[in-house]
Design a binder for this molecule. Structure first.
Ligand code: HEC
Ligand code: HEC
Ligand code: HEC
Ligand code: HEC
Ligand code: HEC
Length: 270
């Protein structure tokens, strides 16, 4: 009996809270209250800033918290920042690509081979130069702009890369919209969707090589593959149209037959 009463109480107090929370923050996943967030969230100044900055980030939205990047024990306040619990602290500049690359493996590899990666520690940018460390947002081509990219060298090569990628991006979005339409008509687009998804991923990592020649070559290859997808879609479209017009003929025929029967019946009845 006692259990059920407390249980009911808990339910009674929890549900309105949960509903209120969902209403207030429709996009917020349940962010686990770690000791890192509790202690740093209460700090003023330098120690508290990362919490505020992180809260609106793509990482917070995907459940990547302080300890996922910095290590440490998120459940034990007394030993949270002990190296024995895996605390990594703040990475030195040359350690940043590997720090982020634990999760973004493919990108770290592309970056490592690039002119930027080769200049690591010698004036080249690291991941946080372009993305920030706590305020990290979904990445778009808007990150390539004169203000960000002319700090260390002229902007012209950056502009060429951006334009090539913008054009390819528009083509990919175009194919995505077409696929959506086919899907809406009940056609199985699964294989082509996967193909497009892989293309998109390959293409979005491409930026990190910062190599105009390579970007142009790969953009060309991706265009070719999009062409193949496009042709397959056109074939589907035609098949669809044929099926539809065949359907129209059948319906039309049936209608004619019905009218004829009706007329015949009328003449007989008279
Ligand atoms: C009980 C309070 C408390 C808890 C819990 C706590 N921190 Fe800290 N943290 C601090 C204080 C105070 C500082 C600044 C003084 C210092 O560097 O030791 C700090 C500094 C840091 C720094 C900067 C270190 C440096 O070398 O400059 C990082 C990174 C950090 N904390 C991450 C974490 C993470 C991740 C967790 C959870 C696993 C965590 N903290 C838990 C109080 C806390
Ligand atoms: C996506 C990975 C990532 C996450 C998540 C993250 N940090 Fe950091 N943090 C970094 C990096 C990288 C640096 C080094 C920044 C730099 O060099 O610009 C850093 C630096 C810091 C510093 C030192 C700041 C300074 O000015 O010296 C503190 C303190 C800190 N982080 C605390 C936190 C806390 C608390 C959280 C959770 C709210 C958190 N971090 C979440 C990557 C992360
Ligand atoms: C010179 C600036 C710059 C540097 C350095 C840089 N990035 Fe990026 N990053 C970008 C730009 C610009 C995009 C967007 C490209 C696009 O939209 O196709 C991007 C995209 C991304 C994406 C999203 C990819 C996707 O699939 O949409 C991730 C994740 C990422 N970067 C992580 C990293 C990591 C990790 C590092 C360090 C190893 C790093 N970046 C270094 C500028 C940079
Ligand atoms: C513990 C794993 C982990 C670490 C470490 C990490 N990230 Fe992420 N990151 C993720 C996840 C998960 C996402 C969300 C899913 C996705 O978009 O890939 C993400 C998303 C991103 C995005 C947005 C991708 C997009 O689609 O536009 C960028 C940019 C990014 N991270 C950069 C960084 C940088 C820079 C660092 C280092 C300071 C870093 N990440 C460290 C796991 C991590
Ligand atoms: C912190 C300094 C810094 C920033 C910021 C920076 N770069 Fe670079 N970049 C370098 C260095 C260093 C090199 C290698 C030496 C050189 O070519 O000047 C380089 C080289 C390049 C190259 C030539 C690669 C080659 O193979 O010739 C391109 C393209 C490039 N960066 C694009 C960008 C873009 C796009 C941005 C902005 C998103 C950017 N850079 C931001 C430092 C930077």
């Amino acid at each position: 009996m006692r259990i059920s009463v407390t249980h009911r109480l808990a339910v009674l107090t929890c549900w309105p809270l949960l509903i209120l929370l969902t209403l207030l923050a429709p996009n917020a996943r349940c962010q686990e209250q770690t000791v890192c967030l509790q202690c740093h969230g209460a700090q003023t100044g330098k120690g508290g800033l990362p919490v505020k900055a992180w809260q609106g980030s793509v990482h917070a939205a995907n459940g990547i918290s302080c300890n996922d990047c910095h290590g440490g024990d998120p459940k034990d306040a007394a030993n949270a920042m002990s190296p024995a619990r895996g605390f990594l602290g703040v990475p030195v500049e040359t350690g940043i690509p590997a720090f982020c690359g634990r999760c973004h493996v493919g990108i770290m590899e592309e970056y490592g081979k690039s002119a930027h990666g080769r200049a690591l520690g010698k004036g080249g940018p690291t991941c946080v130069t372009c993305h920030g460390s706590h305020t990290i947002m979904k990445a778009t081509l808007d990150l390539i702009n004169e203000k960000n990219c002319s700090r260390c060298h002229p902007y012209n090569q950056a502009a060429v890369i951006k334009e090539a990628m913008r054009q390819t991006d528009a083509l990919i979005s175009d194919s995505e919209r077409k696929l959506e339409r086919f899907k809406g008509e009940g056609i199985n687009t699964e294989a082509r969707e996967k193909h497009l998804f892989d293309l998109r991923n390959r293409y979005h990592r491409l930026f990190h090589v910062v190599d105009v020649g390579r970007v142009k070559r790969e953009s060309g290859l991706i265009r070719q593959e999009l062409g193949t997808i496009e042709q397959a879609l056109m074939k589907l479209d035609e098949q669809n149209r044929r099926r539809k017009s065949a359907g129209m003929v059948v319906v039309g025929g049936l209608l004619m037959a019905a009218i004829l029967t009706y007329l015949l019946k009328k003449t007989f009845d008279n």
